[in-house]
Design a protein around this ligand. Structure first.
Ligand SMILES: [Ca+2]
Ligand SMILES: [Ca+2]
Length: 110
């Protein structure tokens, strides 16, 4: 189950990473939609769920059937993905101020 979650996370994360060839400050700038120089949980989640929303053709909050990468596998609920992203954000927010700065963004949790 853990591996499946990892694969699912990667399949969403990869297209995002592919758009970001040049360093953390660029990455931060793209996620930082209110331009305050740091990434809030909402900015993080909306950035990371972008690929999900693109694929969710009928907008029911679940990827299933042809909406899944490769058109197969178990349905994935958006709420599940968001819960995972929130956990990841909390781990990555090392000083627990509720935001990711460039340094925190550059060092994902192991
Ligand atoms: Ca921000
Ligand atoms: Ca922080």
């Amino acid at each position: 189950m853990r591996i499946l979650i990892l694969l699912v996370s990667l399949s969403f994360a990869l297209p995002v990473m592919a758009q970001v060839p040049t360093g953390t400050s660029d990455y931060l700038a793209r996620m930082d939609s209110d331009h305050d120089g740091r990434v809030s949980i909402d900015e993080y989640v909306s950035w990371m769920t972008y690929a999900f929303d693109e694929r969710d053709a009928d907008h029911n909050g679940v990827l299933e059937g042809a909406e899944l990468p490769g058109s197969r596998g178990k349905p994935i609920a958006r709420t599940t993905l968001v819960a995972q992203l929130r956990q990841r954000f909390a781990k990555q927010d090392r000083n627990h101020d509720g935001f990711l700065d460039a340094k925190e963004l550059a060092s994902p949790p192991q």
